[in-house]
Design a protein around this ligand. Structure first.
Ligand code: NAD
Ligand code: UDP
Length: 317
């Protein structure tokens, strides 16, 4: 049945996290009814503070590993810790969230005939042998390493999406997210941009793992959210997987130097051992997103870093 106001009812799992909170905000701005589901493992009510009193927002404290019955038109399945420090804290739980959580959401989508967008990751490419990474590359993933709970969990989640699509005709949208940053990243989540900014602002040493020549491509959060929304709006036959990310590629050493420059910090760069299975290079080929979604990032690294630095300055005051 159509809902009373004829608004779309949209479920965002992991809605109190970094990306989820920005997504809830944008979906509400666009006039939708949003249900934010979160167990607050890495997310926080603070991220959604401004939304809590709004009539088109509901918060459900729930663990995605357990089934839930809701009436919704669309599901954005973002629940899962994203930083290596967080997803390695309880690896079995990370796998459960990715596998059982995604089964629960696909089952819900099937029951209520909702479209589901799955937040996959560039990590499914592992330590890639092809560069830049295109969607048809199958990846180079260690199945038994310390990153596997996340990489293989997300790979299995993609498999589940495509099997529910083939077997049960569930409408799916799979986006492969490359490193994304911006305000509301957790200050202690161990990800490189938050780590470097927090340390630079405090004047502490900046820890580069390995020799710092490994590369990443960093996308500002607003660009990423726009990509999600375009993907959801796209016709049912475009399932993805589609890469979303900023193709600008930087070494971690360049990133450290840029953050020191932008914060005018006196921090020194120190070197620590590279964690196991840390990918050497990563850069998305986004030609599919450009063609199908007419999407490309609009915010360059310097602009995005300045916004993120402002956020952390206010947070840590
Ligand atoms: P985040 O850790 O800030 O957000 C994840 C949210 O999911 C948190 O609010 C957390 O409390 C919630 N959550 C975790 N396990 C849950 C469970 N079992 N039940 C209910 N809620 C649960 O991370 P993020 O950066 O916002 O990432 C969001 C999604 O995007 C994740 O699925 C992540 O894998 C994916 N992703 C993010 C990036 C990135 O660079 N930010 C890159 C690739 C993929
Ligand atoms: N990294 C680093 N110092 C830090 C945190 C991360 O040198 O304090 C490196 C890390 O080894 C990796 C890159 O930065 O090569 C990106 O790490 P992050 O955890 O942000 O993302 P991911 O490895 O999942 O892409």
């Amino acid at each position: 049945m159509e809902n009373y106001h004829n608004q779309r009812r949209i479920l965002v799992t992991g809605g109190a996290g970094f990306l989820g909170s920005h997504l809830c905000e944008k979906l509400m701005k666009n006039g939708n009814d949003v249900i934010c589901l979160d167990n607050f493992f890495t997310g926080t009510k603070k991220n959604i503070d401004a939304l809590l009193s709004r009539h088109n927002f509901e918060l459900v404290r729930h663990d995605l590993v357990e089934p839930i019955l809701l009436e919704v038109d669309e599901i954005y399945n973002l629940a899962c810790p994203a930083s290596p420090v967080h997803y390695q804290y309880n690896p079995v739980k990370t796998i459960k969230t990715n596998v059982m959580g995604t089964i629960n959401m696909l089952g819900l989508a099937k029951r209520v005939n909702a479209t589901i967008l799955q937040a996959s990751t560039s990590e499914i490419y592992g330590d890639p042998k092809e560069h830049p990474q295109k969607e048809n590359y199958w990846g180079n993933v260690n199945p038994i390493g310390i990153r596997s709970c996340y990489d293989e969990g997300k790979r299995c989640a993609e498999t589940l999406c495509f099997d529910y699509n083939r077997q049960n005709d569930v409408s799916i949208k799979v986006v492969r997210i490359f490193n994304t940053y911006g305000p509301r990243m957790h200050p202690n989540d161990g990800r490189v941009i938050s780590n470097f900014i927090v340390r630079a602002l405090a004047g502490d040493d900046i820890t580069v793992y390995g020799d710092g020549n490994q590369t990443r491509s960093f996308c500002y959060v607003d660009d990423m959210i726009e990509g999600f929304i375009r993907m959801m709006a796209k016709s049912r036959d475009f399932t993805g997987p589609v890469n979303l990310g900023n193709p600008g590629e930087y070494t971690i050493l360049q990133l450290a130097e840029e953050i020191i420059r932008l914060t005018a910090s006196r921090s020194k760069i120190i070197f620590e051992p590279l964690p196991q299975d840390d990918p050497l290079r990563r850069k998305p080929d986004i030609s599919l997103a450009e063609r199908e979604l007419d999407w490309r990032p609009t915010i360059d690294l310097e602009t995005g870093l300045k916004k993120t630095i402002d956020y952390f300055r206010r947070l840590l005051k």
